[in-house]
Each structure stands twice: as C-alpha cells, then as structure tokens.
Write a protein that binds this ligand. Sequence first.
Ligand SMILES: Cc1cc2nc3c(=O)[nH]c(=O)nc-3n(C[C@H](O)[C@H](O)[C@H](O)COP(=O)(O)O)c2cc1C
Length: 327
Amino acid sequence: MKIGTIEITGRAALAPMAGVTDAATRRVCQRFGAAYTVTEMISARAMEFGDKKTLALASVEHDLGPVFIQIFGDDAACMALAARKLEELGPAGFDLNMGCPVPKVAGNGAGSALMKEPEKCAQIVRAVKEAVSVPVTVKMRAGWDSSHKNAVEVAKLCEQAGADAICVHGRTREEMYRGHADWDIIRQVKEAVKVPVIGNGDVVGAQSARNMLMETGCDMVMVGRGALGNPWVFREINAYLTDSCTIIPPPGINERLVTMRRHLGRMAELKGESRAMREARKHAGWYLHGLRGAAEFRRRAGQLCTLDDLDKLIADVYQANCEEESL
Ligand SMILES: Cc1cc2nc3c(=O)[nH]c(=O)nc-3n(C[C@H](O)[C@H](O)[C@H](O)COP(=O)(O)O)c2cc1C
C-alpha cells in the first residue's frame, strides 16, 4: 500500500501517543512489524518560537521504518511553517492532529476542536501540503459529540484539500477514551473517500485487527493502547493477516524481559539515565502486566531510578516466572 509516495509494508500502524511514542518506543514497535509509526504530537506554535525540547521530540533519526511527525495547532499558516521547518529532519510525512480531546489543546481551538470547523480543517491541510513535499495525513475523531458526528464531511474536505490518507478514531471528543469505538463511522469514511483510510479504536490484537478490516473495509488499522508493553501485537497481527491466519503465541518470559530491557535501555541512551528511568516506570508496569508477582513488581517499577534498579527488577521477575515457564 502507498500513502502518497511512501510505500507501506504491513497493515498495522502504531498510533501517536503523547508521553509514550518516543523514538525508543517507536523503534521497538518497528522491530516487531509496525507498518509505520507517528511521533508524539508536536506543537506548531512551540516550533514558531524555536523551542529546543519540541524539536527533540520530533527527531526521527533513530527510527527503523517510516515515521510521520504529528503536529497540532489551530492556525494554517503557523502549521505550514512548522511543517516546513520539521521537514528538514527527514520524516516520511506529516500527520495533522484533529483528534486530541484534552482541554489544553482542544480548549485553544486545536486537536478535536477543529472538527467543529470543517473549512478550517481543509485550510490547514491545503497550507501544509503546499509547504512540504512529503505526504500529509490527518487523524480525526468521529466528531465533536454524539449530535455532531461529522467525520465523513471533514474527511471529504480534507481529501479535496490534498490529504494523502485519513485516520479515523471512532470516538467523539465527548467520549474521550470511554466506551467502545464506533467502527461504523470508519466504514462510512472509507466509502466516502478514495485515499487510504486507517481505522483506529479498540484494536488490541490479531482478531480485532481482522474484524476491523473486514467490518469497515479500511485499508489499515492503527493500534494505540493495545501496543503498550506489547510491541509483539504487530507481529501477531501481521502473521494472522496472512492467508493461513497464523496464530503466534504470546512471548515467553525471556523474550518479554529481553525486549523490555532493550527498549528501556535505548530510552536511557537517547534521553540520559535519570530522565529515561522516570519515563520508563509506566512502560515497565505495562510490560509486567499479568506476570506472576505483577502487583509487587509493578510497585517496584514505579520507583525505578537507575538502570541498575531495572536490572535487579528484571532478575527478580525472571526468577519468579521462569519456573512456571519450564513446567
Ligand atoms: C496516552 C495517550 C496519548 C495519546 N496521545 C495522542 C496524540 O498525541 N495524538 C493523537 O492523535 N492521538 C493521541 N492519542 C490517541 C491514540 O492515538 C488513539 O487514537 C486512541 O488511543 C484510540 O486507539 P486505541 O483504542 O488503539 O488506543 C493518545 C492516546 C493515549 C492513550
């Protein structure tokens, strides 16, 4: 499949998640077969002021596969300028955030608030497309609330304005992350536009990926929460989507811990040990979910300060779980 000029291999992408999908996390998901990944959201306004931290968030030099930089903002000219600057970093493309529900973003007219202004969505797409030479995608919600589910209208306008693909998260802003995503709105968008449609919301494994593809006709799925501490989800989906519907068993304790160590070790290389270990606490908690002794180990994960703490934790988790595996 292609998004604009970019060749995409595989049918499951990693969703952008602020505070989660940094370079190390994208990389581990790419290793296990994520078709493409998206950075954490980058503020177009902060780029205007040359904020160094924002620029660091957008770095894509350690990625192993196509990565889109996601930008958010409420002003077409400002977003175009940000995209033009960020293009120098070498992303596969840009993703425009029209779905973020948090008040800090939507309260300023950006993210999901853009769904209330379909013409403005189109203006933003047009401006960014004119500013850069790489593909531009849009990630939107079903709409603002249950009485304004206008994803079809917004998707059509964005397509006319030049969007190369549309990703739809089947929840409204009002729903935040609650309840079930409405996959029917994804089907409706797919029927309304010609560019690739990426379905998002509640895909957590091989079976749900297949169900979404079949029920909505979308071209690809995008996985967010289902990939937390579970980068193997991409390997499972890819294997299942072959003709023979291969089911890959979940990883054993060795693979789980070795992957977690590599992932969090890479975070330390990229961000420095102290900051990385603070940020690694939540990732370690996700990786340890469901293991024997998880409650106590997750409590310890919440206190990680050094790589040494991490290695001791891994040794103890292994000790407590390896016997079970050898039975
Ligand atoms: C912690 C977290 C951070 C998120 N940050 C972003 C973001 O920066 N940009 C964005 O478009 N969506 C963001 N999302 C939404 C996800 O990309 C995705 O649309 C949503 O989680 C639904 O997919 P899922 O059911 O597979 O998790 C975030 C979600 C979570 C849980």
